[in-house]
Write a protein that binds this ligand. Sequence first.
Ligand SMILES: Nc1ncnc2c1ncn2[C@@H]1O[C@H](COP(=O)(O)OP(=O)(O)O)[C@@H](O)[C@H]1O
Ligand SMILES: [Mg+2]
Length: 359
Amino acid sequence: MNIGIIGAGQLGRMLALAGYPLGQRFVFVDLDADAPGAQVGRIIPGRFDDPAALARLAEAVDLVTFDVENVPQAAAEAIAAKVPFFPPPAALGAGQDRLTEKALFAELGIPTAPHAAVDSQAGLEAAARQVGLPAILKTRRLGYDGRGQLRLQAAADLDGAFAALGGVPAILEGFVPFERELSLVAVRSRNGETACWPLAENTHEHGILRQTRAPWDDPQLQALAERHLRALLDRFDYVGVLTVEFFLLEGRLLANEMAPRVHNSGHWTIEGAVTSQFENHVRALLGLPLGSTAAVGHAGMVNFIGRLPALEDVLAIEGTHYHDYGKAARPNRKLGHCTVVRASAAERDEALRRLEALA
Ligand SMILES: Nc1ncnc2c1ncn2[C@@H]1O[C@H](COP(=O)(O)OP(=O)(O)O)[C@@H](O)[C@H]1O
Ligand SMILES: [Mg+2]
């Protein structure tokens, strides 16, 4: 099959790398002829919302998926009218607006942080009275890697905050004093089969994922998170990989956000699980049997942000798997990651300490 991917970032590139052994071929749409996916597939030049480029993609392939979350739902629906498009455009749209996303969670009985819509400075002040401080003001749309967010500690921080965030529709979320951040990656195949990987524990720095450790072994939380993911999968008759980020607070899981795609916190599955999120996404699109999502050991993943360490230094740590996305270095840009898998959590954590010293 020829599989089209909107966006040729590292996620698209890793999807293609996982799909080639299954005999699939890949074509991307991306503005950047030198994007990470360009080294592993043909690029149709264009933005992710360029109707002409998307129409060319739909003509060139048997089905379409995406590695960027901001493909407009209407553009996705236009493609879906021509060729199968997964995950479903409705799921894509649901995750694009933090307010409607939270309404969806509430409808499905998935708890979240307290929050309120903000459309003006006066609205921000009212929201702060309702939600309390400290809180985080986030743009409803287009935020990623901690961008489009302002932390508000005290009443004085409210002054001018709505304008400082660009004066765009926003949401105020109560700050969750979480003990951990966990995420669950799940997959549903075209034939209806579903599977979830073990929970992963994530550490962020300045809003950007820095480190993931998996599996996070807590059968009760695992069952709870799986229940939430399955509710979402069912809701959309979903096909492909879906991720939800959670805060863990006093034994409760609060959903932070969902991503209707493979996810950075699932990169550990390439070497740390029987089947990776990327391979199972491809299997799901094609209606193939899903592979086992079981962990094969204790995995740790470190992101390389803004700077790649020397390859020889990283590879000197036995058993390290290095992933260079082929991007130009820029501050706060995810350039690559590496993963270690060890027989015990203690050995994994020791390897992570050595990797962190290099990253
Ligand atoms: N309500 C909150 N309370 C506490 N920390 C938060 C909250 N919202 C976001 N964060 C922190 O900021 C990070 C990035 O925020 P997130 O909403 O996931 O945006 P992005 O789309 O940029 O990933 C989270 O992983 C978490 O560490
Ligand atoms: Mg996030």
